[in-house]
Design a protein around this ligand. Structure first.
Ligand SMILES: Cc1cc2nc3c(=O)[nH]c(=O)nc-3n(C[C@H](O)[C@H](O)[C@H](O)COP(=O)(O)OP(=O)(O)OC[C@H]3O[C@@H](n4cnc5c(N)ncnc54)[C@H](O)[C@@H]3O)c2cc1C
Length: 396
């Protein structure tokens, strides 16, 4: 059966759902195609966001916020502990499946149509229109295609867009019977913990009795994520937080890092993880994706109003998001390069040094999970010896 839409969005994740709702609320016909049976499943997220994400959404915080986080304990490979924050709420922990479902519910309320269990199996441009086929034999024609199809975006491949610099592999679980400080996230770093990234334990209720734990590893790692995940329960420092816990749900997934040179082509735009719009320092993609999604939807609306889907017009989207958060994501990759170059001994040294120098106050005052580069100047002022690390950040 052939269907016609103004816009087809591939992917019913939070970013695709949000963008679809914004465009539909302007009176355009929008369809979302999601390969899975249920929105929000399987779980691929630790659920840590800042309250900024709610600025984009008309969903109730009460429905999705599980806990509020005031700080973090960062554990070095040999057990030094750096405490940051603790003064005020820095982050919110959300129930991701409910979050995703509420976004989709809202976009349906604005007029978008959703097709579940409809994997898009082909997409091509023909006579100025995009033609899609789905696994349920739906033939779709649309003026504009939005690829919000996640880290391994096929839209990105089908339209020969560039690829993210790297893709992290993640693993984790929801756990119960924990005894955690509900205000603090526990972060563990080190070659035997999570090479190329970090591991986390995030309390998901205000009693500290439930949590999400997990880790990501860089693409260079030859061992599997599950190898490191089982290590987490054996490691001297992390296992202390995981004794006698029960795993209630598994988490998996990948994180694309390193923004694309181009996120548009004729009649097509990429957004969210498909465009690697993710913070390289934390792997968080919800805020960056929604922010870029707001530009994607406004350019889509303008393109539909002007009936102009040429790359010269759609490049406005790439320019808008790059000008806004592009520099932060670029700098994030530089910090990541520096982080990846540190040995366990260096991590131990810096974490110990930071703890002694009461870096906590600076981080509490200037730290912003969404914009970590804001910390650089005040940190260098407090710890001038860090200037030695700058060449590796600046070097291309
Ligand atoms: C282990 C882990 C922990 C994370 N923790 C955090 C965190 O704490 N905070 C944070 O901000 N971010 C976190 N992230 C990142 C966050 O999950 C992503 O940035 C976010 O999900 C991006 O949303 P999206 O809509 O762009 O993509 P996705 O959520 O990946 O949605 C893409 C959707 O497209 C669908 N799809 C793909 N191909 C097709 C197709 N051909 N046809 C139809 N449907 C298709 C998929 O089924 C999926 O539902 C984490 C990621 C991982 C892996």
């Amino acid at each position: 059966m052939q269907r016609y839409y103004d816009v087809a969005v591939i992917g019913g994740g939070p970013i695709g759902g949000y963008v679809a709702g914004e465009i539909a609320s302007n009176g355009f016909e929008v369809a979302i195609f999601e390969q899975n049976k249920q929105i929000g499943e399987p779980l691929k997220c630790a659920g840590l966001v800042t309250s900024r994400v709610f600025d984009f959404l008309d969903i109730s915080k009460n429905l999705v916020v599980q806990n509020k986080i005031k700080g973090a304990h960062i554990h070095s490979p040999s057990g030094h502990k750096l405490t940051i924050g603790g003064d005020r709420v820095h982050a919110l922990i959300i129930d991701r499946p409910i979050f995703d479902r509420e976004i989709i519910k809202s976009s349906i309320g604005k007029g978008a149509e959703i097709f579940l269990e409809n994997k898009v199996v082909s997409a091509q441009i023909h006579e100025g229109q995009i033609e899609l086929k789905t696994s349920q034999n739906n033939d779709v024609k649309c003026k504009l295609l939005i690829g919000a199809d996640g880290p391994y975006s096929k839209t990105r491949d089908r339209f020969a867009m560039s690829q993210p610099t790297e893709i992290l592999r993640g693993i984790g679980a929801e756990i119960a019977d924990t005894e955690l400080d509900p205000d603090f996230v526990e972060i563990f770093v080190g070659e035997n913990i999570a090479p190329g990234f970090f591991a986390w334990i995030i309390p998901t209720n205000e009693h500290g009795t439930e949590a999400r734990t997990g880790l990501c590893i860089g693409p260079e790692s030859t061992k599997s994520p599950s190898h490191y995940f089982s290590n987490l329960f054996k490691n001297k420092y992390s296992s202390a937080y995981l004794e006698n816990v029960r795993i209630t749900k598994k988490i998996g997934g990948s994180i694309p890092l390193g923004v694309l040179k181009k996120t548009h082509t004729s009649n097509v735009m990429l957004v969210g993880d498909a465009a690697a719009q993710v913070k390289p320092t934390s792997g968080g993609g919800i805020y960056a994706g929604l922010l870029c999604g707001s530009y994607c939807s406004s350019v889509a609306i303008e393109a539909l109003q002007k009936n102009n889907f040429a790359p010269q017009f759609l490049k406005k989207y790439h320019k808008l998001w790059s000008t806004d958060i592009g520099r932060e994501l670029y700098l994030g990759m530089k910090f990541r390069k520096l982080f990846k170059s540190l040995t366990d001994r260096q991590m131990d040294k810096y974490i110990e040094k930071f703890q002694k120098q009461k870096i906590t106050e600076i981080i509490s005052k200037h730290g912003d999970i969404d914009y970590p580069s804001k910390l650089v100047k005040p940190l260098l002022k407090q710890t001038p010896s860090l200037i030695r690390l700058l060449p590796s950040i600046i070097k291309k």
